[in-house]
Each structure stands twice: as C-alpha cells, then as structure tokens.
Write a protein that binds this ligand. Structure first.
Ligand code: GLA
Length: 638
C-alpha cells in the first residue's frame, strides 16, 4: 500500500458476520490487527459500519427482515443487501453493531472517516412487505393528516379507489394494470426516506460517539431511487462510486456528469471518488478492460470536477466469492507483471504532487435543473411516451456544453439560482408552485433559461396543471402547447432553423402556438410542418428559450451556443475536440486540468504560463502536447 501511495483505506464494509459472528458476540481482534498495521504504515482508515449485508444468524432468526417484492415474492439471503429498509429488527440490529464498532474504534489512531452501510438501495431500493406497508401508512399520515386529504392527493375517485380508513392503504403492489400514479410517486418518496432513516439510525450513533469524525456513505451517480439532494445534506462529505463502461464512447461525458452532480449535491464542497475499478469490472455482460492510461485519465477527471480523494474497489482481488473476477489494485497474479499495478502505483505517486489543489472549488455560471421527484413522476408509466427518460434528456443538454468545456452545476428547481446566468431545464415534468415561481423569477431578474418539452405539466401530487400546457411557464415562454405528438423509436421529424440550417428531432414533437415568443426553428415535415419547434421569448430582464423536441446533437449544440451567447457564458478554454478543461481555485490560486480523452496525441493551446504539477515542468503560453489519454494539471501563474 505504501508503494502505491495509499493513504486511506475503507475497511470492513461487508464484515458483519465476522464482526458479530453470533448475536451480541463481537470479535474485533482480526480488524484490530488490520487497523494497527495500517496505522503503523502511516495509512488512515475509512471504517465501515458493516451493515450492508446482514449475517446468516440474523436472517435465520428473523426471516421477516428479508425484503418483499411488489408481487409478494420474498428475496432470500445468500447475496447482500437483503433487508427491508423499514424493518425495526434490522434497524435495531444495525444500531447495536454500529454502537459496538464506534465504541471500539472511537479512539483508534487510524480512524479518519466513517463509511455508513454501502451503496444504499443498490440491489433493494424498496420493500413491499407488511411492515413496509405499516411504515408507508405512518409516512402518509404525517404527510396528509387525514384520509380525505390522501384521497384528494391520489385522485382516488378514478377507478373506484376511494379509501375510507388508513388500514385500507397499501404500497403499490403488483396490480392488474397501472397502480395509482400518485400512490407510486409517494411510495418512491417514502422508500428514499426509509433508507435515509436507516442511514440516520447509524449516523446518529457515530455523531454521538465520535462527533469530530466525518461521516459518509457512497453514492452511485445518477441513482434514481434515492433523492441525493436530501441525502447529501446528512453527510459530512459526499462520496461516489463510478464505473463508466470502457466500451461506451460516451463514458467520459457520463462520468463527468456524475462528478458534477456530486460536486453539486455537496454544495460545491470537495467530494471523494470512493470507488472505481482499477481495470475490468465483473458485472457487465462483457467486461472490457481499461485501455492503458484510462484509469488515470478518469481519476484525474474526478479530481478536476471537485474530488479531493481517489479510491478504488478493491485492494486485493479475491480468490472466492461473487467478485473474484473484478479487477483489484493487487491482482491474482504477480504484481511485477501487472500493468494495472504499475498504473496504480504511478497514480498514487502523482496524486501526492497535487496537495495544493486540496479544497479548491469551481464556480459554474450555468446549471442544469435536476429534481428527483420530477424524475420519478416523469418515468411513471401511462404517459404520452415512455421513451422520455430523465437521464437521456439530461445528457442531451449536458453533452454539447461538456464538449464546449462549459462547466455545469446541477441545481434544484426551488434552490437559489441567482448566481447562475444560464439555467437548463430538461423535462421538469413535475413542478411545485414554489419551484415554478423560482424559475420564472430567475428569468425575470435577467437570467437565460432553456426549457425542454413536457416540463411544468404536473403538480407535486402528479395531477395535471390545468389551464393549458405548460401552465406555470406559458407566459414566461410566450407560448401555449396545444398537444403532444411523441415520435416512435424509428421516427424523426425535420427541423429548419431560421438561418436555413436543417436538423432532425426525435423522441417528441408538439403543436406550439406562439403568444409573443419568436421562432428560432420550425418543424419542416410531419403534420406539424411549419409549426414552431424552438422559440425564444424575452421575459422581464431575461430570456427564455423553449425546445419542443429532442434535437439532434448538432442542432442542440447550436441552440445551446445561442443561449450561452445570450447569457454571456464562455468556454473555460477553446481547445480541440476531445480535450476536457476544468479550472479549480482556492485562496487566489487556480489549477487548470487539461485532459486528453483521445487515443492520439493532441497539441492543446494554453493561454497562461504556469507549472504542470504532475511533472514540475514549466508551461509557457502556446501549445502543450498531451499524449493519448494524458493529462496536465497546470498551476496558473508563476
Ligand atoms: C459497488 C460496491 C462494491 C463492489 C463494486 C463492484 O460499487 O460498492 O462492493 O460490488 O460495486 O464494481
């Protein structure tokens, strides 16, 4: 580990059955040895609470903690994460374990951070058992207060679903056809909260025993079941697990987007890349190896986008168990012949030279709105199109600006938008009154907005906002949407921009009637031929663009470039395609990360002098050559 420059290790994540081999009998000896060794080696520990995989004695004695699916089938033990989030028995057992672990290691000199659970919701994001049903009812009572208000919120007169008492209310179990959509939405809210309560049960113990030790739990990027805005508020430091697919040519963009989300949910504070694979994973159909330099490139990308730590799953490749074919820093074979090991070692050495970057932040002038509740509602079934997926639409907006090296934050629709000049709103299907007003006032105060189709359609109960689509944004956008014309998987619609450029739209089209907005593009074929497809409207001191389809990437880039120029937003640097540039700053010092995602060498123009922290070389204004997948971290100024 010292050879690899390791200075922090997660320990004991899936060790419950070793830490507490039988109920109430704790055995810490083996882990004491590990932690003492780490400490003697000058390495700190991110000690896990170990609660993500209940031991056999617990599920044997209490099979009722095993999770139940919507169709009533119960999951068996034998893998991991086999627990019902609402189970009082599971929660009490985790509390006892965490109390024992926390008290035992509170004073251990290696302890640097607590790692609660692991990837909450990863395999079991929700449970439909009777215990969960009871907890769901309690959650609903506190949300609605009375059965009448629940009936209103769920629109239960439709299909004769009106409840006369709380006892009749159930989670949305498997039904003949779609369960009530508002019920499903509330169940998603409840399920995210139920897991958050599990996390809180543990965090409270840790905060009491070791108030000075930071607490984290590892996130999974764009993980739909958990509202990470809410979760991140309860963490001292955000951490993320990132496994982009080396076979995916958009993987670099996708990893960047997840990193930006982590920086954003943590309110701009540095975060930790908690897990990434040194090389292959084991859980895809085909687990493509990382090309030489790719692990390093993606590690630096996380740092560029706000991470102050880079870690791996896993240290030593295991001999047995379900993940023995997952790569590790230390492989099955001899380390001397392993290029993975060599790359891990040299990354460790290099990262030590980035000390000055620690704590540095990036201020984005533009943000993308992401709201989990709207995501959940958007993807409920029985919509004009099931092909409108939140992450696809986020990517459609994020990707062109990522290519242009415009840094984007993610923001909440009802959050403070005042420090942004440009706000992008892909498919904010569900919106609260407060959030709608917030978005309108952002524009009226001078902001630039780009909103896509199927936004502002439903309220927080997932009831349609009547009065014409998109009701809360009609006057902001200066238009009415008369009706939706979603497009089939193989159908596209032509687009004609006012400057004569041609493009294509997919996924969606709609009939738009102008009420003050100006047309930037029209549909050039289909039944909507000649109708507005992209519009712009002045509202107050700002400008609101509307995009009534999913334009092809080139057209999307063109629209976003217009929006950037309206908002006065510039790229971090003008560089060749495939070069990613991000700046982090702290205490008047700035660091320019330059990442070559191409597999060929590229000459990159640099405008300011500086020093490349990785090799200590002076950088002069002009061109610097970056080899395939190479990176430079330039401390700007001499
Ligand atoms: C997740 C988990 C790890 C491991 C890896 C494999 O990130 O947290 O325990 O299963 O996936 O890629």
């Amino acid at each position: 580990m010292r050879e690899a420059g390791v200075n922090l290790v997660s320990v004991g994540i899936f060790s419950w059955s070793r830490l507490e081999p039988t109920q109430g009998n704790f055995e810490f000896g083996w882990m004491d040895r590990v932690l003492d060794l780490l400490h003697e080696g000058g390495i700190q520990a991110d000690i896990a609470t170990g609660t993500a995989s209940p031991p056999p004695w617990l599920t044997h004695r209490h099979p009722e903690i095993l999770p139940v699916l919507a169709d009533g089938g119960r999951l068996w033990p034998g893998a991991r994460q086999h627990y019902c989030p609402s189970s009082p028995v599971y929660r009490a057992a985790t509390k006892r374990l965490v109390e024992a672990v926390a008290e035992h290691y509170a004073k251990h000199p290696a302890l640097a951070m607590w790692h609660v659970g692991n990837e909450y919701g990863c395999h079991v994001p929700a449970c439909w058992c009777d215990v969960s049903a009871e907890a769901f009812r309690a959650w609903l009572r506190s949300r609605y207060g009375s059965v009448d208000r629940l009936n209103d919120a769920w629109g239960t007169d439709f299909w004769s679903q009106r409840y006369s008492s709380w006892e009749e209310v159930l989670p949305p179990r498997r039904t003949p056809t779609w369960p009530n959509p508002s019920q499903q939405l509330d169940f998603m809210r409840f399920s995210s909260d139920a897991l958050l309560e599990c996390y809180e049960t543990e965090r409270e113990v840790l905060a009491r025993v070791t108030p000075e030790v930071p607490v984290t739990t590892n996130f999974m990027g764009f993980f739909k079941p958990l509202d990470y805005w809410k979760w991140a508020e309860r963490e001292d430091i955000v951490s993320n697990d990132s496994y982009p697919d080396p076979a995916d040519d958009r993987a670099g963009m996708r990893a960047a987007m997840a990193s930006d989300l982590m920086r954003s949910v943590g309110r701009g504070k540095p975060w930790i890349l908690m897990e990434q694979s040194p090389n292959r994973v084991n859980w895809r159909d085909v687990n493509v190896a990382k090309a030489p330099g790719l692990m390093r490139l993606w590690s630096y990308q996380a740092v560029a986008r706000g991470a102050d730590g880079v870690m791996f799953f896993q240290w030593r490749q295991s001999r047995a168990g379900a993940e023995k074919h997952h790569s590790a820093m230390v492989p099955h074979g001899p380390v001397e012949s392993s290029s993975t090991w060599r790359q891990v070692v040299s990354l460790g050495r290099e990262l030590a030279s980035l000390e000055a970057v620690r704590g540095a932040r990036s201020d984005a002038d533009a943000a993308v709105i992401l709201d989990w509740e709207s995501w959940w509602a958007l993807e409920l079934p029985s919509k004009p199109s099931n092909r409108v997926r939140q992450v696809d639409q986020l990517e459609a907006y994020y990707s062109p600006l990522h290519e242009r090296n415009v840094l984007l934050d993610f923001a909440q629709p009802d959050g403070d938008l005042s420090h942004y000049r440009l706000v992008l709103v892909p498919n904010l299907y569900l919106v609260s009154d407060a959030a709608a007003a917030n978005i309108v006032s952002f524009v009226e105060a001078g902001g630039t907005l780009v909103m896509s189709f199927f936004s502002g359609i439903a309220d927080t109960s997932e009831h349609i906002r009547l009065g014409g689509y998109p009701q809360p944004f009609r006057s902001l956008l200066g238009l009415d949407v008369i009706d939706f014309h979603p497009l089939g998987a193989l159908t596209e619609v032509g687009l004609e921009l006012v400057d004569g450029k041609l493009g294509r739209g997919r996924t969606w089209s709609e009939e738009v009637r102008l009420k003050g907005a100006e047309v930037l593009a029209t549909f050039s074929d289909s039944e909507l031929k000649g109708g507005p497809a992209v519009t712009r409207h002045r509202a107050g001191a700002g400008t609101a663009f509307y995009v009534a389809t999913q334009p092809d990437p080139k057209t999307m880039d063109h629209i976003l470039a217009m929006a950037c120029s309206t908002a006065g937003i510039k790229s971090t640097a003008e560089v060749p395609r495939g070069i990613e540039v991000v700046r982090r700053s702290v205490r008047g010092k700035s660091f320019l990360f330059v990442l070559n995602h191409r597999d060929t060498a590229v000459d990159v123009p640099i405008s300011d002098a500086g020093v490349n922290l990785i090799d200590g070389a002076q950088v002069h204004p002009g061109l610097i050559r970056l080899g395939p997948r190479d990176v430079a971290v330039i401390r700007e100024g001499w």
